[in-house]
Design a protein around this ligand. Structure first.
Ligand code: ATP
Length: 351
C-alpha cells in the first residue's frame, strides 16, 4: 500500500505552452527514501513543491497517508500536510541558538515536551552538545544536520530535501550523503530528495525517479537504473555509456552491431529489429585474446581507472570511438592494438 501517491499530476505555469510536470504518476512507500533525479528544468522542484503545497497542480491528485491533499476540489494548506522541509541553504535563523532553531517547528507542543524532543533530535543527528551555539559557530555539514533535525522534530509524515548536498565541497558531500541517509533511516522517515547529481541519488536512495522535460523516464532501484536503463536518455544521464545501433537477432538475446555480435541479457518485447544498445565502459574488459579488437586513440587517468577511447577495427563509419575503462595499473600506449570482451550484464537495449 503506497503512503504517498501522485496520480496524473500535471503542472503548467502561467502562460507556459509546455507543462513543467506532465502526467506524473508515482507511489512511495512508508519509510522509503526516493530521489528525483534529472537535468535542470526537468520538473523536480515543481514536483516537490506541489507535494508540499507551495505550488498548485493544474490537474491530478496527490495523497499523503490516507488523506487527499490535492485534487480538483480541495488543496490542503502546506502547514496541514505534515511535511518537513530542508532547504538547499538550510534556512537557519542566524540570531537563534541551535536549540531555538530546532524548537521553531514545535510551537504547539508543551514546553517540557518541546525541550525533550529538541534534545532527542539533536542527539539523533549527532549534535547533542551543540544546542547553545549559534549557526555561525557550526560547519556546513553540522548546519545541514541542524536543518534536518528541525525538519524531523515535529514528526512529519514526509521529509523533503531540495539539493541538500549542493552547498558542500566534495569530501564533506560524501560524508553527508552517508550521515543524512543514516539519520533518515534511524528516524524511519519517508523522504523525497531532489538532486541533479547521479552519485547523490545512487548513494542515498532506495529508488530513483529519473525525470526529463516534466516526464518520468524510469523509476527503479539504483542498480537497476544503471544496469537496465529503459531508454537512451536514462543510459546517458546516469553514468557514461556507449550507444550503438544494431539489429536484434531472431533469438532476441543478441544484437548484430558494426563491430560484431553483442549479447543482451534481459528479456525483450522489442517489436522492431532496429535497436540501440547501451554498453557501459566498465562492461568492456581488456583481454589478451578478447572477442572485439581496436586501436587506442586516447587514454586519460581519473585516479580510479583509465578511460580509453578505442577505434574499433571494423569501424569504417565516423562513429565515436568506444569508451572503455581499464585498470590503472595496466600500461597502455596510444596507438596500441587492444582486444576486449563485453560483460552482458552491463549491456542493455535502450529503445
Ligand atoms: P533545477 O534543477 O534547475 O532546480 P528542476 O528540475 O527543479 O530544475 P523546476 O524548477 O521544477 O525544474 O522547473 C521546471 C520548469 O518549470 C522549468 O522550465 C522552469 O523554467 C519552469 N518554472 C519553474 N518555476 C516557475 C515559475 N515560478 N514560473 C514559471 N515557470 C517556472
Amino acid at each position: 500500500m503506497s503512503f504517498i501517491q501522485f496520480q496524473n499530476v500535471t503542472k503548467y505555469y502561467n502562460r507556459a505552452v509546455v507543462p513543467a510536470v506532465d502526467h506524473l504518476n508515482l507511489e512511495i512507500s512508508k519509510g522509503e527514501i526516493i530521489t528525483l533525479l534529472g537535468p535542470s528544468g526537468c520538473g523536480k522542484t515543481t514536483t516537490l513543491r506541489m507535494l508540499a503545497g507551495f505550488e498548485q497542480p493544474t490537474a491530478g491528485e496527490i495523497r499523503i497517508g490516507d488523506e487527499v491533499v490535492y485534487d480538483d476540489r480541495r488543496s490542503l494548506p502546506p502547514e496541514k500536510r505534515g511535511i518537513g522541509m530542508v532547504f538547499q541553504d538550510y534556512a537557519l535563523f542566524p540570531h537563534l541558538t541551535i536549540e531555538k532553531n530546532v524548537m521553531f517547528g514545535l510551537n504547539k507542543w508543551k514546553a517540557r515536551d518541546k525541550k525533550k524532543r529538541v534534545q532527542e533530535v539533536l542527539e539523533l543527528v549527532g549534535l547533542g552538545d551543540f544546542g547553545q551555539r549559534l549557526p555561525s559557530e557550526l560547519s556546513g555539514g553540522q548546519q545541514q544536520r541542524v536543518a534536518l533535525a528541525r525538519a524531523l522534530a515535529p514528526n512529519p509524515k514526509v521529509i523533503l530535501m531540495d539539493e541538500p548536498f549542493s552547498n558542500l565541497d566534495a569530501g564533506l558531500r560524501e560524508k553527508m550523503r552517508f550521515d543524512v541517509t543514516n539519520i533518515l533511516r534511524k528516524a524511519n522517515a519517508t523522504a523525497i530528495i531532489v538532486t541533479h547529481d547521479q552519485k547523490d541519488a545512487f548513494t542515498v536512495s532506495d529508488r530513483v525517479v529519473v525525470m526529463n522535460e516534466g516526464v518520468i523516464q524510469q523509476i527503479a532501484a539504483p542498480k537497476e537504473i544503471y544496469r537496465c536503463p529503459v531508454n537512451c536518455f536514462v543510459a546517458q544521464f546516469v553514468g557514461k555509456t556507449n550507444l550503438i545501433s544494431g539489429t536484434l537477432c531472431p533469438d532476441l538475446k543478441h544484437v548484430e552491431t558494426h563491430f560484431g555480435r553483442v549479447c543482451v541479457p534481459q528479456q525483450t518485447n522489442q517489436e522492431s529489429e532496429n535497436v540501440v544498445v547501451s554498453i557501459r565502459p566498465e562492461g568492456c574488459r581488456l583481454a589478451e585474446y578478447g572477442r572485439y579488437a581496436g586501436i587506442v586513440e586516447q587514454a586519460t587517468y581519473s585516479g580510479e581507472y583509465q578511460e580509453l577511447h578505442v577505434r574499433l577495427q571494423s569501424d569504417h563509419t565516423p562513429n565515436q570511438p568506444m569508451v572503455i575503462y581499464a585498470p590503472i595499473e595496466q600500461d597502455i600506449e596510444i596507438g596500441s592494438a587492444v582486444t576486449f570482451n563485453i560483460t552482458p550484464e552491463l549491456v542493455a537495449l535502450v529503445n
